[in-house]
Every structure is written in structure tokens, then in C-alpha cells.
Ligand binder design. Structure first.
Ligand code: HEM
Length: 325
């Protein structure tokens, strides 16, 4: 299905739109009153976001176990001649961080991770798909409903917030899914694409190895790769945004990709996981850089096809036979 509304492209219009209270994050219709943080506005958004921020804050700085697990993933790649930077690097690294955010005893299996990715279809509501993520959503909701929460971890904090009356029953059901998806999908997409760039540019990989990058270099890479290309809003009244007229009820796609350098958004919904995402990327790319600084050939790369998310479904690289590890 095609997007029917207005697309804002200039940086001025996009920044303005993201800070405009008349542009709601709620798609309306069946989603009015949604318990998903991404689709909420005003006081209820501020209330739930404070609880989510508390959950994410546990990973600032990244716990030792997370960095140990990321290092182990990269270690397994040494000696390999073929690497799929999505399946072997982006996904498992992002899965470790996503699992650490919720902190449950049960493993996030490959099947569950696919379901978590599948919940992205929820955003289809913006382009008129009705209840698109139904079965994936139910499976992930059920997983966290039954999961054993590790003491004082993310899910435990959400359950305690429910007991204290800080969040509703519906918010307790939906928030783990929204949060695990937010942590997993964007980071998978960014890490795989960034590692591909390192494999194609030994001098870039070398900068990670030697630590000679400029401050803010990883953030610049995120802005350039930009795993979320658009964020969506709906006008609650007629308004003008940097010269573009938007009618009441109209949906707006805000382009945060290059050259706008808004990969983490701005305004009230801007990414609350930015510190975690940047620390995770900095650490994981520095770990894999010595391996990618060797000579690699890109064998095949395939892009995912989603109107909001921008990522790769695989990125296969092969070691040049003339080089060693
Ligand atoms: C490279 C990685 C990441 C990128 C590029 C990214 C980007 C974004 C963007 C653009 C939004 C704003 C959506 C909007 O305005 O509608 C967002 C929201 C969000 N992100 Fe991230 N994100 C990343 C990683 C993470 C991580 C690791 C976490 C959790 C630890 C996280 C948690 C969230 C949450 C909870 C929201 C919803 C905020 C709200 O609606 O108030 N993100 N992210």
C-alpha cells in the first residue's frame, strides 16, 4: 500500500514538524487510545516515557556482561572466510542489548527475534493496513507476559510500575514489545550497514582500530545510514509547516534520513535509547574493526523493503584469498 499524505523533506520543515504539538503521534481510528508509547501524546506519553527511560537507564553505561557477550560474538567470526554481517553481527549484537533491556530468564530465540522484527508491521497502520502485526505482536506479548523477570531488570521495573499504578495493564502488555523492538530493529540495521562500510573501506576500519576517529564519528555514521527513514504524524488541526499546508486529519511523513541528520529524531519522541545505541555501536564496531581491516570482498547485499525502516536483509562478505586474518 502507498502512503497518501504529505512528505516533509527539508530539515527546517522536519525539525519544525517534530516539535509541533498539533502533529500527533497517534494514527487515529482503531489506534486512538493506543498503549504504545510511539503512538501516544501529551501527559500519558510523558508519564509512560519516564518509566521507559528508567528501564533504559540501567544500560548506561553498558553492563559488563553485555560487552563480554558482544566480544564473544565477534570472537566467533575470527577465522571465518564468509560473514553475513546481518545474521552474524548486526542481529546477534542488537539481540544482546535488546535482551538486556528487558532482562528475563528466558532466551530471545531466533524465532522470537523474527516475531519482534515482524511487529514493525504495526507501523503499516499509517498507510492504511489494518491490524497488520497481529500474530507477531501476540506472540511477543505472550512471551513477556509469561517470562520470568530478573530482579530489578527492565521487565521487573515495568511490573513494579504497574503495581504502583504508574502504568496501565495495557501499557504493561505493550511496552515490553515496543521497547524490545525499538532496541533490536534500528540497531540491527545500523550495525550491519556500518560494518559493511568498514569492510569496504580498510582506512575507515583502521580508524576504529587506532582510535583516530573524530569525536562524534559514530553518530555521523548513524545519521548517514539512518535506519529509520521517516517518522509519521497526523494533523489534529489545519496548520502550516515551513510553507507546506497540512489539512486536519492528514498524515505526514517526516524525512529524518540524509541529508537531514536527524537519525534519532527530535522533540518529545526523540530516541530515549540514543546513549545506549551509540555506546553499543562504538563498542561493537571497535571490536570487529581489526577483523574488517583485512581484505574483504562484498559478495551480495540485499535491502529490506519497508516504508519506514531502512536496513539490509543480508550482507555477505568473503575474505580475499590472498590475505590472512
Ligand atoms: C541506531 C540505533 C537507533 C536509532 C537510529 C533510533 C532511532 C529512533 C527514532 C528516530 C525514534 C523516534 C520515533 C518518533 O519520533 O516517532 C526512536 C524512538 C525510540 N527509541 Fe530509538 N533508535 C535506536 C536505538 C534504540 C535503542 C538501543 C533503544 C533502547 C535501548 C531505543 C528506544 C527507543 C524508544 C523507547 C523510542 C520511543 C520513544 C517515544 O516514542 O517517546 N532506540 N528511536
Amino acid at each position: 500500500m502507498e502512503f497518501q499524505g504529505t512528505t516533509l523533506a527539508t530539515k527546517e520543515a522536519c525539525v519544525h514538524a517534530l516539535r509541533q504539538p498539533e502533529l500527533s503521534s497517534n494514527p487515529g481510528g482503531a489506534m486512538a487510545g493506543s498503549a504504545n508509547l510511539l503512538f501516544m501524546d501529551n501527559e500519558s506519553h510523558i508519564r509512560l516515557r519516564a518509566v521507559v527511560r528508567d528501564v533504559i537507564g540501567q544500560l548506561e553505561p553498558l553492563p559488563h556482561q553485555v560487552t563480554t557477550d558482544i566480544r564473544a560474538i565477534v570472537q566467533k567470526l575470527h577465522g571465518r572466510n564468509d560473514i553475513d554481517l546481518v545474521a552474524d553481527f548486526g542481529r546477534p549484537v542488537a539481540a544482546i542489548v535488546a535482551a538486556a533491556v528487558l532482562a528475563v530468564e528466558q532466551e530471545l530465540t531466533a524465532e522470537l527475534l523474527d516475531q519482534i522484527s515482524g511487529t514493525a508491521a504495526n507501523l503499516g497502520v499509517w498507510i492504511g493496513d489494518s491490524a497488520p502485526a497481529g500474530s507477531a505482536m501476540h506472540k511477543v506479548v505472550r512471551f513477556f507476559l509469561k517470562a520470568t523477570a530478573i530482579h530489578d531488570g527492565g521487565l521487573d521495573r515495568l511490573r513494579r510500575a504497574r503495581k504502583a499504578g504508574e502504568i496501565t495493564e495495557d501499557e504493561l502488555l505493550v511496552t515490553p514489545v515496543m521497547l524490545v523492538h525499538a532496541a533490536y530493529e534500528n540497531s540491527t540495521n545500523f550495525l550491519a550497514a556500518a560494518a559493511l562500510q568498514l569492510s569496504q573501506s580498510p582506512s575507515l576500519a583502521e580508524q576504529f582500530v587506532s582510535g583516530s576517529r573524530q569525536a562524534g564519528a559514530v553518530r555521523e555514521m548513524v545519521n548517514q545510514i539512518c535506519p529509520t527513514r521517516h517518522v509519521m504524524r497526523r494533523a489534529t488541526k489545519p496548520l502550516d509547516v515551513a510553507g507546506t499546508h497540512i489539512q486536519e486529519g492528514e498524515c505526514v511523513a517526516i524525512s529524518i534520513g540524509p541529508p537531514n541528520a536527524l537519525a534519532f529524531g527530535t522533540g518529545s519522541h526523540s530516541c530515549p535509547g540514543i546513549k545506549v545505541a551509540l555506546t553499543e555501536a562504538e563498542f561493537a564496531l571497535r571490536e570487529i574493526a581489526p577483523l574488517l581491516a583485512a581484505s574483504w570482498r562484498t559478495v551480495s547485499v540485499e535491502e529490506k523493503n519497508h516504508f519506514v525502516f531502512h536496513g539490509l536483509s543480508h550482507a555477505l562478505i568473503r575474505r580475499d584469498s590472498s590475505s590472512g586474518d
